[in-house]
Design a protein around this ligand. Structure first.
Ligand SMILES: Nc1nc2c(c(=O)[nH]1)N[C@H]1C(S)=C(S)[C@@H](COP(=O)(O)O)O[C@H]1N2
Ligand SMILES: [Mo]
Length: 329
């Protein structure tokens, strides 16, 4: 139902940042209630799922319904939809934080194909709509920490990348997974500036890619991914710096050797292959000990302490046992 208010239709006149926290709050309350209920029956963990369909006031986004997975819900206050969609890094559309929101409307996220290829038994070119159906979509609230020293909390929608990897059936030669973004200058004005070695490319070791936290991501705040956040599909690796989370993927390739990655090629002394969030390994030009949470940047807002593995150590620290994390930064 539409309600008239101050001459405008309800829904048109409210800033998205005022609305979204309420939806998320209600959603989180449902999650916590269901966790409590499940804990009481002794079922938590076995099937700890609560249903939630979020809506957002942005009519452009196509709704995606997803089931909140309470095992993957960070309890920090989610960043507003407005901040998530106007403060971005997506160099294919320019290097300023405001560039992607201003220029990414030229990206055409449909039709879209993603080639899953390399050292696997079942290579396949997925249509994006087929990819959305490989497993039930989940909502997960993850922290995202950029190497530049800011962070956000984002209700993503996707499926564990492991679901896709299982279907691909990697061979014994698959030691790493490479993620390759679209590089089409007719859609991406930033490609005319040779900052990075396009296409944007990232990679994970196989066990990192198989970790249940690693999310093949297709939406946020209850809708398909906005173009500036990497439509129609990206990867999210919440325990690593944001640049490991490549956007607008067209290829997922299984390889034997550690693949070249865009930021490591650009500045090998500043950006390593692993790039796990690590407050004790400073960037050569700044400390990584603290971070600024976007949305909390009032004059008196204190910086937050950056957590080892961005707070996901329980789930991922074992992947790096025996590795020198200062050397393999
Ligand atoms: N293709 C591509 N993917 C990318 C980037 C980029 O420039 N191009 N920037 C990375 C960086 S540095 C960060 S911090 C995150 C930002 O994601 P967000 O804009 O959705 O918050 O995307 C990552 N993925
Ligand atoms: Mo970043």
């Amino acid at each position: 139902m539409w309600i008239k208010r101050n001459g405008a239709l309800y829904g048109d006149d409210i800033d998205s940042s005022e609305i979204t926290p309420r939806h998320v709050f209600e959603n989180r309350r449902r999650v916590l209630q269901s966790m409590g209920a499940l804990a009481a029956t002794g079922l938590a963990g076995a099937s700890g799922f609560a249903h939630a369909t979020l809506t957002s006031p942005d009519a452009k986004g196509q709704k995606l319904s997803a089931t909140t997975n309470p095992k993957f819900v960070a309890l920090d206050k989610p960043t507003s939809l407005k901040d998530i969609t106007t403060y971005n890094n997506f160099y294919e559309f320019g290097t300023d934080k405001s560039d992607p929101a201003q220029h990414a409307s030229t990206l055409r996220p449909r039709p879209w194909k993603v080639s899953v290829e390399g050292a696997i038994k079942n290579p396949k070119v997925y249509d994006i709509d087929e990819m959305l159906k490989i497993a039930p979509l989940e909502e997960r609230v993850y922290r995202l920490r950029c190497v530049e020293g800011w962070s956000m909390v984002i209700p993503w929608i996707g499926v564990s990348l492991s679901e896709l990897i299982k279907r691909a059936e990697p061979t014994g030669n698959a030691k790493y997974v490479q993620f390759i973004s679209l590089a089409d200058s007719s859609q991406m004005p930033g490609l005319s500036t040779p900052i990075l070695d396009w296409p944007y490319s990232e990679g994970l070791r196989m066990d990192e890619a198989m970790n249940p936290l690693t999310l093949l991501t297709v939406g946020l705040y209850g809708e398909v991914l906005p173009n500036q956040n990497g439509a129609p599909v990206r990867i999210i690796v919440p325990w690593k710096y944001g640049f490991k989370s490549a956007k607008s993927l067209v290829k997922i390739r299984f390889v034997e050797k550690q693949p070249p990655t865009s930021w490591n090629t650009y500045a090998p002394s500043e950006y390593g292959f692993y790039s796990n969030v690590n407050p004790s390994v400073d960037h050569p030009r700044w400390s990584q000990a603290t971070e600024r949470r976007i949305g909390e940047d009032g004059f008196f807002a204190p910086k937050r302490k950056t957590l080892m593995f961005n707070g996901y150590g329980d789930q991922v620290a074992s992947l790096y046992q025996g590795m020198d994390l200062k050397k393999n930064f």
